[in-house]
Ligand binder design. Structure first.
Ligand code: NAP
Ligand code: G3H
Length: 485
């Protein structure tokens, strides 16, 4: 039964209404590996009518799913988590090919996703409503009591990006399902084969027909139609700020949860443990070639310790393994496509033309950009402000802590920041002033652990994710008021 997902001529189908279906459009999108150009598979470009059908299925199935006791929904999700762990190797191998993620990170993504699903099931089972006594409010007597419980929203549209095709799909699907919603998943086109395998796992675990449905096709072609669909009750989007802005412009009266781009700063103060800072900065900036929203995307270092820090960072950058993730375990992999590499290269070249010093890297082979470290970056350079989503790290030297905070906050983004210092008072001074969703003290910027709140301000997002926060975002409080004599 599960072979229906694929695979005559590597053509993948969509999961709609409990069946793996072929598109009537006969329009196929070839998914080629960013590593070597080989064909990973073909996915279907769905028509508007097929999108309608998928969303209608989700609408109809939601009512029964919502009626299922939460402990039964949890049992299904727990099974999905176990199955995902069992299939970690198989799915990771697809991710290595499809999105050029290194094998270790791919396996870790699948296992982390299984943990995410388990934690979502457990959290939802343990969430409780509340009763509010009316008498607290002036003029209200003892007999008025509000019983408040969280209820589902309906159909959740989950749109995920290429860089975590399994995790950033499941981190929408699992909380949405536990809250009693049905889901329509539109994965990133490059990443959709990995995401379809995730959906197959939910199917195998026993999620009823119609409760999860998938839509494949280019976002540029069907995206506007999908997000504007009248039967969609909530949109949970992770991706670029550009597309996030587009979606929020199109949708009206539709609640949104969005995690978008970032320009996370690592602020290094005079008294920092520079070995610790260098270790975290390099791991944070270059893993998966910097294609992470939370990657360290700029260093703001106090001039007095800049030379010493730069030396340590440089030594570690030299040790990064660069290459082909299909053949070996590497740190820096080819970027998702040539367009992404062109963009990263343009940022490096512009900074060089304007006088920055390329300490390491700066070279490129096709879509593989070597780990690049750029010193003496100044505020007139694009590299100081734009999100490369690639393995390039600018160093901006500053005179004092307030200058670092001011430059950090001038960014259009506000996802995370790190501060490295041995002084807890200074750490809090900086953390309290930074305009971001999360500040990490003496650690790299990163999303996990996944039950922590994860949010971006300014151009980095709307709303808060994180297991309980996501369940809350995809449900609403409903009040029933008792009026006792
Ligand atoms: P993207 O180009 O914005 O695409 C994200 C998703 O949106 C994909 O599924 C894409 O489908 C879809 N899409 C494209 N156009 C659309 C439209 N008009 N309407 C609806 N959906 C549309 O982002 P990406 O290149 O996959 O990921 C890189 C970006 O995401 C970076 O900026 C990064 O910072 C951000 N990101 C943020 C977080 C976070 O949690 N803050 C996490 C990961 C990534 P197609 O693939 O078919 O175009
Ligand atoms: O790319 C965006 C992800 O939300 C980042 O997650 O910090 O675990 O790599 P991560």
């Amino acid at each position: 039964m599960f072979n229906d997902l694929c695979c005559k001529d590597k053509i993948y189908r969509n999961y709609v209404g409990g069946e793996w279906v072929k598109s009537e459009t006969s329009k196929l999108i070839s998914i080629n590996s960013p590593v070597d150009g080989s064909l990973v598979g073909k996915v279907q470009a769905m028509s508007k009518e097929e999108v309608d059908y998928a969303i209608q299925n989700a609408k109809e199935a939601q009512k029964q799913w919502d009626k299922m006791p939460i402990n039964k929904r949890a049992t299904i999700l727990l099974k999905a988590a176990d199955l995902l762990d069992e299939k970690a190797e198989e799915i990771a191998n697809i991710m290595v090919l499809e999105i050029a993620k290194d094998k270790k990170s791919a396996i870790s993504e699948v296992n982390r996703t299984a943990d995410y699903i388990r934690f979502s099931a457990d959290t939802a089972k343990n969430m409780a409503g509340e009763t509010l006594p009316g008498e607290s409010f002036p003029g209200t007597g003892k007999g008025k009591i509000s019983i408040v419980n969280r209820v589902s929203l309906g159909v959740v549209l989950a749109i995920s990006p290429f860089n975590y095709p399994v995790n950033l799909s499941a981190s929408k699907i699992a909380p949405a399902l536990m809250a009693g919603n049905s889901v329509v998943l539109k994965p990133a086109t490059q990443g959709s084969i990995s995401a379809l395998h995730l959906v197959r796992v939910f199917q195998e675990a026993g999620v009823p027909a119609g409760v999860i449905n998938t839509i494949t096709g280019r976002g540029s072609e069907i995206g506007d139609y999908v997000v504007g669909h009248p039967l969609v009750d909530f949109i949970n989007f992770t991706g670029s700020t550009e597309i996030g802005l587009r979606i929020s412009g199109i949708t009206t009266m539709k609640p949104l949860l969005m995690e978008l781009g970032g320009k996370d700063a690592a602020i290094v103060l005079e008294d920092a443990d520079l070995d610790l800072a260098a270790h975290n900065i390099v791991a944070g900036a270059y893993s998966y070639s910097g294609q992470r929203c939370t990657a360290v995307k700029r260093i703001l270092v106090i001039d007095k310790v800049a030379d010493e820090l730069v030396k340590k960072v440089r030594e570690k950058v030299k040790l990064l393994k660069v290459g082909n993730p299909i053949n070996e375990q590497v740190d820096v992999v080819p970027l998702i496509d040539d367009k992404a590499a062109d963009y990263v290269e343009s940022l490096i070249l512009e900074s060089k033309e304007k006088g920055a010093t390329i300490l390491e890297g700066g070279n490129r082979e096709g879509n593989l950009i070597y780990p690049t470290l750029v010193d003496n970056v100044t505020l007139d350079m694009r590299l100081a402000w734009e999100e490369p989503f690639g393995p390039v790290l600018p160093i901006i030297r500053v005179n004092n802590v307030d200058e670092a905070i001011s430059i950090a906050n001038k960014s259009e983004y506000g996802l995370q920041s790190s501060v490295f210092t041995r002084d807890i008072n200074k750490a809090f001074y900086v953390a309290n002033k930074l305009e971001v969703g999360t500040v990490q003290i003496n650690n790299k910027t990163e999303r996990g652990p996944d039950h922590f709140p994860f949010s971006g301000v300014k151009a980095s997002g709307i709303g808060t994710q994180g297991i309980r926060y996501s369940i809350e975002a995809m449900s609403r409080p409903k009040a029933i008021v008792l009026n006792i004599e």
